[in-house]
Design a protein around this ligand. Structure first.
Ligand code: NAD
Ligand code: TDX
Length: 347
């Protein structure tokens, strides 16, 4: 089976590529990635020599490029993760999110529909729980929850989900969709809460908590997301959506305090040192209050279970960042400095 994984050089994509390349030696895995600021081939150094792995640099917005690639390769399946993924960036530059997340997804659907030769071949679209909007203190997102995206990022992901469904209904294209909660783990770009704060604590920089820090997120270890994608890829039904979550809700401020405590311990600093860096800053525009996922369908129908408790996953994650200082220094040099200034200097 020949599978193209888009966005394979990013945070979640690199974990999915590694899992498929090492676990399924008979599959040919092609990683198609534009290598934006978020894509990094360093994330895949350990598996780049595998015979069943290949990297192709390219942009999913570029129709002509996709036409050539898909007509030559005749992929059996697509696992689509390529996206602009950061909510704050979507507030400053929504159009880039429309281009990659909406136009890029439709381009991929068209290329796959036109060139697939295997009737059993299918398109697996990886999406987010943010398409459902925000929750109050009650309830969880189900697969049947109506879409109600609030940020340009989630609006673009919701739109891409609708196109994938529409290709199933209109053209009978076999598709699968999953919507996952917030991921954390190694190789996470330090613009997102957890890796940003790990880096800032390490460098004794302020920890910019948006608003009062009362927003709630449901955190899942990235390798558990990759294992869910594996299960859905192999056992999920066509035309179905599966929600993926860790049943692990934290207010931002409680999470940040736990992170501070673990970092003090690991860095051999006095207890209470990192917490002093917490700085409350202007809230994110349109900041969703709470996300929480009900993964009952995935657990009961396909037998998936998350493997790690949060404290263990967070500890492993911190250890990875402390052991991979070069990775962190490389991705926080250059353009990152400009981004950081724009986001946080006058907040
Ligand atoms: P990421 O930003 O770390 O990686 C995105 C990857 O896509 C990068 O390697 C980038 O180079 C590539 N890419 C971007 N634009 C491209 C283009 N035009 N053509 C080809 N490649 C392009 O993102 P991530 O956090 O790994 O998220 C991966 C997917 O999972 C996204 O679709 C995202 O919406 C979804 N998701 C993320 C989370 C999360 O917590 N991070 C949760 C649920 C769903
Ligand atoms: O500096 C910060 N301060 C802060 O308080 C940052 C970057 C974030 N936050 C808050 C905002 C959110 O309530 O922390 C929470 C988590 O923020 P992010 O890490 O930016 O994630 P979120 O906005 O929840 O979206 C993430 O989860 C769903 C991913 O970025 C998406 O790609 C995914 O779809």
């Amino acid at each position: 089976m020949k599978i193209v994984i888009t966005g394979g050089a990013g945070f979640i994509g690199s974990h999915v590529v590694r899992r498929f390349v090492t676990k399924y030696p008979t599959y040919q895995i092609i990683n198609l990635d534009k290598l934006t600021y978020a894509g990094n081939l360093e994330n895949l150094k350990d598996i780049e020599h595998y015979d069943n792995y290949r990297f192709v640099k390219g942009d999913i917005v570029d129709q002509a490029f996709l036409e050539t690639l898909f007509s030559e390769e005749k992929f059996d399946a697509v696992i689509h993760l390529a996206a602009e993924s950061h909510v704050d960036r979507s507030i400053s530059n929504p159009l880039e999110f429309v281009m990659t997340n909406v136009v890029g997804t439709v381009n991929l659907l068209n290329a796959f529909k036109k060139h697939r030769t295997n009737e059993k071949g299918f398109f697996y679209h990886v999406s987010t729980d943010e398409v459902y909007g925000e929750l109050t203190d009650e309830g969880k997102f189900l697969e049947t929850t109506p879409y109600s995206p609030n940020s340009p990022y989630s609006a673009s992901k919701a739109s891409s989900d609708h196109f994938v469904r529409a290709y199933h209904e209109t053209y009978d294209l076999p598709v699968k969709i999953s919507n996952c909660s917030n991921n954390y783990g190694s190789h996470h770009f330090p613009e997102k809460l957890i890796p940003l704060f790990i880096n800032n604590i390490k460098n004794k920089k302020p920890l910019p908590v948006y608003g009062k820090g009362e927003n709630v997120r449901d955190w899942l270890f990235v390798e558990d997301h990759a294992s869910a994608i594996d299960v859905i890829f192999h056992k999920g039904a066509f035309g179905e959506t599966y929600n993926i979550g860790g049943n692990n809700e934290w207010t931002n401020i409680a999470l940040v305090k736990l992170l501070c405590k673990l970092m003090d311990q690991k860095l051999g600093r006095p207890e209470g040192d990192a917490v002093k860096l917490i700085t409350y800053v202007t809230d994110r525009a349109g900041h969703d209050y709470r996300y929480a996922i009900d993964s009952t369908k995935l657990m009961t129908k396909l037998g998936w279970r998350p493997s790690l408790q949060f404290a263990e996953g967070l500890s492993k994650t911190i250890d990875w960042y402390l052991a991979n200082e070069d990775w962190l220094n490389n991705v926080t040099s250059g353009a990152y400095t400009e981004y950081y200034k724009e986001q946080y200097e006058n907040r």
